[in-house]
Each structure stands twice: as C-alpha cells, then as structure tokens.
Design a protein around this ligand. Structure first.
Ligand code: HPA
Length: 247
C-alpha cells in the first residue's frame, strides 16, 4: 500500500478536490514545512497535500525549507510524491497550459540546503541521481493522464533556476543549448531530497508561459495565472486517476 503526497506549487496552493481535509502541523529537526500538511481523501484513497510556497503563497523559491518539507512527508509515511510545478516553456512543442512529465533535470541553483546528510557527526551520502525522477511513478502519471483523456508530453529536461526573478533571454538560450525543455525554480533540491529519503518522486510540470525571449511579448503574471488555471483542471483529473494506482 502506497501513500501519495502532492506538493502543489504556483497555481495549486490548495487542492480543492481533497475530501474531508484535516490540517496536520508537523515539526522536523530542520524546522516546520512550508504549511501544515493537509490529509484527506481522493477517490476514496488517503493522500496528503503540501503547499510548497506556504498557505498564502509567501515563501520564495530560494527560501523554501525543502528539507523540512520532505522530512515532514517522510515522517507521516509518504511513499510517493507528485510535484506539481509551474514552469516556463523553452521547447516549441510545449505550448502554454500543456502538461509535461520530465525525465531529466539540470540544477542551476546555488546556496540551497540540499542534503539531509551534513552537519555534526552525520555521515556523507552520495545518492545515485542519474535518473532524478522515479520512472515507475512517471509512467503511472502518463497512464493516469491517458485514463483521464489528457494529452501530456512524456520526457524532457527541467532546468531549475534560482529565482525569484525570471531569466534573461540569453540565460534561456544557454539553457536551451544545455538541453533544457522547461524552466522552473523549485525542482531542486526537492527531487534530490526525496531520493535521499527513499521516496518515489516525479513531476507534473504545467507550462505557465513561454520562457524569456521565446515570445515577442513580455511575461505577465496575468498570463501565467490564466495558463496555470487552464492546466490545473487537467492535473486534478490526472491525480484522481493516479491515486488508485498507488494506494
Ligand atoms: N522561469 C522560471 N520559473 C517559472 C517560469 C519561468 O519562465 N514560469 C513559471 N515558473
């Protein structure tokens, strides 16, 4: 029996489909998570939801306590995490509001606390991160999308920038040359910490906008919000199909 957690990012600050939600405050040795965990039922299955940026969307990507978030989910027995993430689209086959399930990532962040294994007396640990996302969970997400009639894109590389500003056009061109298909700010160290914690982790990336320089117009918050709200309906249906495959 698995136990699914959904970490909701921009555009998914609360998960309305969750039935009988109960808020649960958890403390970890790294401090508290971004918000209380919300435990509830989805299609009759127990799931837990965590708002990555906090209840009021007030925690910037570089200030998120990723270690507390993953440890809190681990402490309640989570076995699988689906990260729902807003991203900018770099590749032309990823139009705004499209959903993709990346298979690779490149980390451009700096200065974030990115391991559980540091500090006094702690043994250093080097996880295998060749394939940063759980391929089993990613293929379940793809199957769930098929069941809910949603056409998503499988694969691609997620580039994680530091934020909170958006990128320059030159930075996006460099990321494109590096092989990035999409750009977000929160994929790391979240994915690596989940691997350290032994939790299957995959990402449902929703295209919020064309990345910098990829369209002739300025990137606006209105555009981002409109595309995210279009994409999130699909994500909710997909998660409803997914949960039965896990637990
Ligand atoms: N860049 C980085 N992160 C993002 C973007 C972007 O263009 N859009 C949504 N999250």
């Amino acid at each position: 029996m698995g136990f699914l957690a959904i970490i909701g990012g921009s555009g998914l600050n609360r998960f309305a489909a969750l039935e009988s939600p109960v808020r649960q405050s958890v403390e970890t040795e790294f401090g508290g998570p971004s918000a209380p965990l919300v435990v509830g039922k989805l299609q009759g299955h127990k799931v837990v939801f965590l708002a990555r940026h906090g209840d009021g969307h007030s925690i910037a990507p570089h200030q998120i306590n990723y270690r507390a978030n993953i440890r809190a989910l681990q402490s309640v027995g989570v076995t699988h995490i689906v990260s729902v993430a807003a991203v900018g689209a770099i590749s032309s086959h990823l139009p705004p509001a499209k959903i993709a399930v990346p298979e690779q990532l490149i980390d451009y962040t700096h200065g974030r606390k990115s391991t559980f294994y540091e500090g006094s007396g702690s043994e250093v640990k080097h996880i295998d991160f060749s394939w940063p996302y759980s391929r089993i969970l990613a293929s379940m997400i793809e199957r769930a999308a098929g069941l809910s009639g949603l056409k998503i894109v499988s694969g691609g590389t997620y580039g994680c920038t530091q934020g909170p500003r958006l990128e320059t056009a030159a930075e996006i061109l460099r990321m494109e040359r590096d092989g990035c298909d999409m750009v977000g700010m929160t994929g790391m160290p979240e994915a690596a910490l989940a691997r350290e914690a032994g939790i299957d982790y995959a990402c449902c990336a929703v295209m919020a906008n064309w990345a910098a320089g990829k369209s002739s117009s300025e990137i606006t918050m209105q555009e981002i919000e409109a595309n995210l709200s279009k994409g999130m309906g699909g994500v909710a249906n997909l998660l409803g199909s997914l949960v039965g495959m896990i637990g």
